[in-house]
Design a protein around this ligand. Structure first.
Ligand SMILES: [Cu+2]
Length: 488
């Protein structure tokens, strides 16, 4: 990237009402610390100095004002962690410092990354011990909304609050919106005292059912997020589900919302019907909104997967401000440099059968090369399998030659949904239950409903050892994890 564009990025200190960064600071409230320096730290990333990122314990107010703070784990003292911003094609250089009481790593979810930087403990790197550092240095080929989180004991570390967004700005020609707003949604399991329910970490009931579901929903770490807006503004909204296991069903009670990207990758813009969007753990969606309601209006952001409509946040229109109306800007985002062609005729065809869990029929599975009965597996915390194997095997699920098209037939033979996450690649969902999926999106996380099948395809164009696992983090820990190789 040229220096010029960096300077543009640093410009927002000018006092325009639409100045992206100052507005973003005002808006993000509880994220204020993290918002400081948005655009600055990484935009000089070709410099030799890394941006530091410290994972450590601390506390945050997750409940209403006046309630106790909750002891959690944070990046740089905030949860969500700082929004890291880079420009497409740039290098990201982050020095992780581990101040946690256990080893950790950082995985850069959705980035088609250099394998050595993928952050998977035990596969691409050793976990970083307490008190030590690790340098992550990689280029970001795709513009879009991505996120980072630990990939070591992630079922615990993510649940304790370790995650943040990595936003990659379009090299050129991004959406012509006025403001860019990130919303990170998480559900926390808190006790009566407002503290994390630690006793239930590792509980087999969660692991064999839906996973660890929380009882307290936050947006950007806040009990109720207020987003100040102005009449006639255009917003780009970046949503990310960082829950361990909950599939969020959000309804934004505002007209005129269009979906423009899924999992960081642009899609042909389409309207959200009734403002409704379903996001599995790990999934992201970019939305484009025209704020056309009257000054003084409010519009709720609600979660509707439970029995009742839960208000998690709202857009709050300035009581008097009106911007002059202007016609909608061009909506489509520029394409990322993804493979242009899937060679399905000569694809490597892989089947992946998911079994196990509560109400399942799993009687035995292979673990560490030995066939074990379900009782023995449960004793080791394993209740799920892929193709009859529970947990990471010695051998990869498949080995693809560099550039080969691969299809994976994901068959969910369980009573639970699973959010299947591919590392290092994005995939297209060709079929669901044998019928054309109707979606042309490039996904890194594919939700497969109970007893559903989904056939996906991708070009294995990123060499290395890559994980493929369920992003319900308890399912991953309890067996739903495998890996594949590309070009080795
Ligand atoms: Cu799962």
């Amino acid at each position: 990237m040229s220096e010029e564009s960096h300077d543009l990025e640093l410009e927002p200190l000018m006092p325009s009402p639409l100045s992206p960064v100052t507005r973003r600071r005002a808006l993000l409230g509880g994220l204020a610390l993290s918002a400081i320096g948005i655009g600055a730290p990484l935009s000089r990333s070709f410099a030799a100095a890394p941006r530091s990122l410290t994972a450590g314990p601390g506390e945050a107010l997750l409940l209403e004002k006046g309630q106790p703070k909750t002891r959690i784990w944070l990046y740089d003292g905030t949860s969500p962690g700082p929004i890291l911003r880079a420009r497409q094609g740039e290098e990201v250089f982050v020095r992780l410092k581990n101040d946690l009481p256990q080893p950790t790593t950082v995985h850069w979810h959705g980035i088609r990354i250099d394998n050595a930087m993928d952050g998977v403990a035990g596969l691409t790197q050793d976990p970083v011990p307490q008190g030590e550092t690790f340098d992550y240095r990689f280029t970001v080929p795709d513009a879009g909304t991505f996120w980072y989180h630990p990939h070591n004991r992630s079922w615990e570390q993510v649940a304790r609050g370790l995650y943040g967004l990595l936003i990659v700005e379009e090299a050129q020609g991004g959406a012509q919106h006025d403001r860019d707003i990130a919303i990170v949604a998480d559900d926390w399991r808190l006790g009566e005292d407002g503290q994390l329910d630690e006793a239930s970490f590792g509980h087999m009931r969660d692991w064999s059912h839906a996973g660890r579901l929380g009882n307290t929903l936050t947006l950007n770490g806040q009990d109720r997020l207020d987003i100040p807006v102005n009449h006639n503004e255009y917003l780009r909204l970046r949503l990310c589900n960082t829950c361990n296991a909950r599939i969020l069903e959000l309804r934004i009670e505002h007209p005129g919302i269009r979906l423009v990207a899924e999992d960081g990758q642009p899609v042909p813009p389409r309207d959200l019907i009734d403002g409704y969007i379903r996001l599995a753990p790990g999934e992201r969606a970019d939305l484009f909104m025209h704020m056309g309601l009257d000054p003084g209006s409010t519009a709720a952001i609600t979660e509707v997967s439970g029995d009742q409509r839960l208000e998690a946040g709202r857009f709050v229109y300035h009581p008097t401000n009106r911007l002059a109306y202007r016609a909608p800007p061009v909506l489509g985002l520029p394409a990322n440099p993804l493979p242009s062609r899937l060679d399905l005729g000569s694809a490597l065809a892989v089947d992946l059968l998911m079994e196990g869990g509560a109400m399942g029929t799993l009687a035995e599975a292979v673990h560490k090369g030995e066939t074990k009965g379900i009782r023995e597996l449960v004793r080791q915390g394993l209740v799920w399998s892929f193709n009859g194997t529970a947990g990471m095997a010695e051998a990869p699920l498949f080995a693809a030659a560099l550039g080969r098209t691969v299809t994976v037939d994901l068959r969910n033979d369980t009573r639970w949904p699973h959010a299947m996450h591919f590392h290092g690649h994005h995939v297209k969902v060709l079929e669901r239950n044998g019928q054309p999926s109707g979606s042309d999106a490039w996904k890194d996380t594919v939700l497969v409903d109970p007893l559903e099948s989904a056939k996906v395809a991708f070009v294995a164009d990123n060499p290395g050892k890559w994980m493929l696992h369920c992003h319900m983090l308890e399912h991953q820990a309890a067996g739903m994890a495998t890996w594949f190789t590309v070009g080795i």
